[in-house]
Design a protein. Structure first.
Length: 285
């Protein structure tokens, strides 16, 4: 596996750093992307030393479109191949009612959470294709499958990212490239901590209490997310594409037994719920 390469964004802390370690321990070469050069170096220094594996850091700010363009060129020029791209980096953006949001910060959240992953997919698809195909994993988040009051920028970006992934999956299937989203669950991360520090008034009672509970009792397991990512990167998951998969709630390890049924179904995708599905026979034909 030491010939295989994975690019992971948001790799300097939290889930991103955990994914780096997990792929490294599984024998992968890793390319780490984040803004903080020193933090990236610390993650690499913490990896077990293995002479047959390589770790490369790319200190770039995904909030700046021009840096994303340069990042794509650097990755393409420096990596011999690309097998997996994991778009993990995310920011909440402004927390609170839309009318009180700073639109500049709102737009920045769309850039980091949606437009940067789109640009990375766009720019790195040729490298994935020339490597014989591969996998794109886009990290979903709260608000992708239902409204999330007071987090309009984050929720909108994540919902769009899921639909983008479903669409891209169809476009690149013939190139042997798969595209899936992972819903990681509420984890004890710096991102979730912002919900607490923003306070109940801005975050909303429900979001605030969920975040407090996670920090008090422990949240979703990063190991489960990493296990799912490695599962998707393996041969066993071939045929699984265009899906939004919960690391916590879905029995994804059973999915390879039902590939044909999965491929023919809209299960684990975003969809409109018709009234007749809720007993409202008067609502539609």
């Amino acid at each position: 596996m030491s010939h295989s390469w994975v690019v992971i964004t948001g790799a300097s802390r939290g889930l991103g750093a955990h994914l780096v370690l997990s792929f490294w321990n599984a024998g992968w070469n890793v390319a780490l992307v984040a803004r903080d050069r020193q933090a990236l170096s610390q993650v690499v220094e913490g990896l077990p030393k293995r002479p047959n594996q390589t770790a490369i850091t790319f200190p770039f700010d995904l909030g700046r479109p021009e840096e994303v363009t340069t990042l794509v060129k650097k990755i393409t020029n420096q990596l011999p191949r690309l097998d997996v791209l994991i778009n993990n980096a995310a920011i909440h953006g402004p927390i609170g009612p839309l009318v009180e949001n700073d639109l500049a910060l709102w737009n920045e959240a769309i850039q980091v959470n949606l437009l940067a992953p789109v640009a990375l997919c766009h720019g790195l698809l040729p490298l994935l294709s020339s490597s014989g195909g591969g996998l794109i994993i886009n990290l979903s988040g709260g608000g992708a499958t239902g409204p999330r009051a007071n987090f309009s920028a984050y929720a909108s970006a994540k919902a769009a990212l899921v639909r983008f992934s479903e669409t891209l999956a169809q476009e690149v299937q013939d190139q042997k490239i798969r595209v899936n989203c992972i819903a990681p669950g509420a984890m004890k991360t710096a991102l979730l901590e912002q919900v607490v520090t923003s306070g109940m008034i801005s975050s909303g009672k429900r979001e605030f209490e969920i975040a407090e509970k996670v920090f008090a009792q422990g949240g979703a397991s990063m190991d489960k997310v990493a296990d799912l990512a490695l599962f998707l990167a393996g041969k066993e998951s071939l045929g699984i594409t265009g899906k939004l998969i919960s690391a916590v709630w879905d029995r994804w390890s059973e999915w390879p037994k039902h590939i044909e049924q999965l491929q023919a179904s809209d299960a684990y995708t975003l969809r409109r719920i018709a009234g007749r599905e809720r007993g409202m026979d008067w609502g539609d034909v």
